[in-house]
Design a protein around this ligand. Structure first.
Ligand code: MG
Length: 291
């Protein structure tokens, strides 16, 4: 456990908040907000102090301890072609794999991507994804990584989720580089500050640089939007296979329907086999097993 206290500018504080806003939790007294990403509690006080506490405090604080000009990427336009982009799917779903895709969009394929209406995969229906993704898969140079639940559980035992995502995105770019070469612009839909991303990669043999990091990148960069659609398609296909293999439907997300599916699964296959279909570190596991 370590504790790091930084005085952040309002801009840095809001950048930090936006990056991890999915993990926001009720703010304690005298605090503006509190975030609880994996292995860390980050509290922003009204005094301007921001406190990072927990096993990975250093990792989260790292991005804000060095000069701001090295952490924020220069402004880049989404219309620059060719461009590579990457995104991941499944990290918020209790059941199913995590999928990561990196792909390249160039002058020739950009019109197709636009024509297919690939803008925001989150706003697209599953049916639409199933229809459009095969066309993107056929047309775009891409690299797709699928981490099934059992593999995810064993990797997660020694690596937190952001570390795992960093390794997967980097790996997808390494494959893309080997197969097709990389364009000058590579964009990651940002899930962690750049300094943390590179710190997580410190043990890797090859680290692809430079990368442009941007939150909500799928709405500005066609390559990120396309990668997101392909990753979601792969996720859906894996879920289909799981449904066939176990003879039951698996709920998306991590809410009450996922709990209900978990209970049903345990009744049929036993608790021991939950690791084959679910990400065990989610709170759902405790709810389902009653422990
Ligand atoms: Mg994303």
């Amino acid at each position: 456990m370590s504790t790091i206290t930084l005085v952040l500018t309002p801009e840095d504080a809001s950048r930090l908040y936006k990056t991890f806003q999915d993990s926001a939790s009720p703010a304690p007294q005298y605090a503006e907000w509190q975030l609880r990403p994996e292995n860390c509690v980050i509290t922003r006080y009204r005094s301007g102090k921001t406190v990072f506490q927990g096993k990975d405090a250093e990792v989260y604080a790292a991005a804000f301890q060095i000069a701001p000009e090295t952490t924020s990427s220069p402004a880049v336009s989404g219309s620059v072609l060719p461009q590579a982009g990457s995104d991941e799917v499944g990290t918020g779903d209790y059941f199913g794999p995590v999928t990561v895709c990196a792909c390249i969009v160039d002058e020739k394929t950009a019109p197709l991507v636009q024509e297919l209406g690939v803008t925001d995969s989150k706003a697209m229906t599953d049916a639409n994804i199933r229809k459009i993704a095969p066309k993107l898969i056929a047309a775009l140079p891409h690299s797709l990584l699928i981490v099934p639940p059992e593999k995810y559980n064993s990797v997660h035992a020694s690596m937190n989720l952001n570390a795992m995502k960093s390794v997967l995105h980097n790996q997808a770019y390494v494959h893309l580089q080997d197969r097709y070469g990389l364009p000058g612009l590579c964009v990651i839909d940002q899930f962690t500050p750049p300094a943390s991303y590179y710190r997580y990669l410190s043990g890797q043999k090859r680290i692809v640089r430079p990368i442009h990091f941007e939150t909500k990148a799928e709405s500005s960069y066609p390559a990120v939007a396309a990668a997101s659609v392909i990753a979601r398609f792969a996720f859906l296909s894996e879920m289909d296979d799981m449904s066939k293999a176990y003879g039951m439907e698996f709920a998306r997300g991590s809410g009450a329907p996922a709990d209900a599916c978990g209970k049903q699964f345990i009744q049929r296959y036993g608790e021991e086999r939950l690791k084959e279909t679910a990400k065990l570190h989610f709170r759902n596991t405790a709810k389902i097993t009653g422990r």
